[in-house]
Write a protein that binds this ligand. Structure first.
Ligand code: LLP
Length: 393
């Protein structure tokens, strides 16, 4: 089936603006910039209402077009590598609004971040603080740091994206805090200004954040008792989105999220509350558009084989993550398909037993909620090319 034919069919059945897609090869990431703006407006509302500082977690999607909107909305940025710090600077983010986390910062990355003049390092261990101190000293600089504390709070999410439990590699354990704080106080090129936490990702149960607030409050008392001045409390990111209903819940429930912290956190006067949201900001604005190459009828199953693979969107293969799958060019009666990619791995499957209108070669499939941890986790596995990118405006 020729491209113009399926484009015509899309026009009649979805809101995807046909003109933006014309002549383009699938697979492609389609970004709804209007939805991103709407999402950012809601975040801004709470940022302004309570004076919060939101740093967008660039790891969720480092696409320059999206970053431009995020920067224009006035958000800061959370980076996890030297290259992300450099990318943030190149894309025009104010260095003071950059925070840099990561359990294994290399010396050149620390140096790059100090040269850029970033706002804060989220430090994950005492040995890391020592190295930052040494490098900052050699550059005649003072590095501002927040201690990343592992609060031992269960985020009740997928094991691979749980970070705040004792058995996870992240942060400083509760029993280590006292000795780390005492030693950090002696480092001359370090200014300890905050506490940082991040308990995991795709968290939909606000109870996990309430538990985090309770732990943060306890730690705040401890810091006061030990005369440590905490100017910044950074509670990380993690707010989940509704993968089942991308149209109804196109903007995540920021109200419930920010109100949870407003209600349960006992901030002291002058203390700043920082967030590092990634997924909640960009997930729903991205859709992976792919074309059906073949429909294969096995003895037990029917397979819709599409031209996007796990190299374009690895979440289903890596976490068994659910993404809503739609055939946007067929209106025939429903049937059941496994929607699979062309990569030579059985895990290259976007969904099993997916109910779709009768599907045939040339039909266009939309894999929804793919704006976060999609494009940015893509690879060239099987020497496949990266997917195209198309923007609504
Ligand atoms: N801050 C820190 C320190 C983080 O490690 C992360 C995510 C975030 C903020 C942003 O979390 P978010 O608001 O996006 O939940 N690839 C996985 C998610 C990995 C999350 C890693 N850390 C996925 O596709 O589900």
């Amino acid at each position: 089936m020729c491209l113009s034919f399926w484009l015509l069919k899309i026009h009649t059945m979805t809101n995807f603006p046909i003109n933006k897609l014309k002549g383009l090869q699938t697979p492609l990431y389609y970004y709804d910039i209007e939805l991103l703006k709407k999402t950012l407006n809601e975040v801004k509302e709470y940022q302004n209402k309570w004076g919060y500082h939101v740093h967008y977690a660039m790891k969720a999607n480092a696409n320059a077009r999206l970053l431009e909107e995020i920067r224009k909305a006035g958000l800061g940025i959370d980076c996890v590598s030297g290259n992300e710090v450099q990318h943030a600077v190149n894309e025009g983010f104010d260095a003071k609004k950059i925070v840099y986390a990561g359990v294994g910062k290399a010396d050149w990355e620390i140096k790059l971040a100090l040269e850029a003049g970033i706002g804060c390092f989220n430090v994950e261990s005492y040995p890391e603080a020592e190295v930052i101190n040494e490098i900052a000293g050699s550059m005649n600089k003072i590095a501002k740091i927040a201690l990343r504390i592992n609060p031992n709070v269960d985020a009740h999410t997928h094991a691979y994206i749980t970070t705040g439990l004792e058995e996870n590699k992240f942060g400083i354990g509760l029993t280590e805090i006292e000795s780390v704080v005492e030693k950090v106080k002696t480092l001359r090129n370090i200014e300890l200004c905050g506490m940082h936490f991040h308990i995991g990702s795709q968290i939909t149960d606000m109870g996990a954040f309430v538990a985090l607030c309770i732990r943060v409050n306890e730690l705040m008392h401890w810091m006061e008792a030990h005369h440590v001045d905490i100017k910044i409390v950074n509670v990380g990111g993690g707010l989940g989105i509704d993968y089942e209903h991308p149209d109804v819940a196109d903007v995540p429930n920021f109200k419930e999220y920010f109100e949870t912290f407003h209600k349960h956190l006992e901030l002291r006067d002058g203390q700043e509350l920082h967030f590092e949201l990634g997924r909640a900001i960009v997930a729903q604005c991205g859709t992976l558009i792919t074309k059906v190459l073949y429909v294969k009828e096995g003895r037990k199953k029917k397979f819709a084989i599409v031209d996007a693979g796990m190299n374009d969107l690895i979440r289903p293969a890596l976490y068994h993550a659910y993404h809503k799958i739609e055939n946007i060019t067929s209106t025939e009666a429903n049937e059941m398909y496994d929607v699979v990619g062309p990569v030579c791995e059985s895990s290259d499957c976007f969904g099993q037993e997916v109910v779709l209108p009768k599907t045939k070669r040339g039909d266009i499939i939309a894999i929804r909620s793919a704006g976060a941890y999609g494009e940015v986790m893509a690879s060239k596995y099987n020497l496949r090319e990266f997917a195209n990118k198309v923007y609504s405006i």
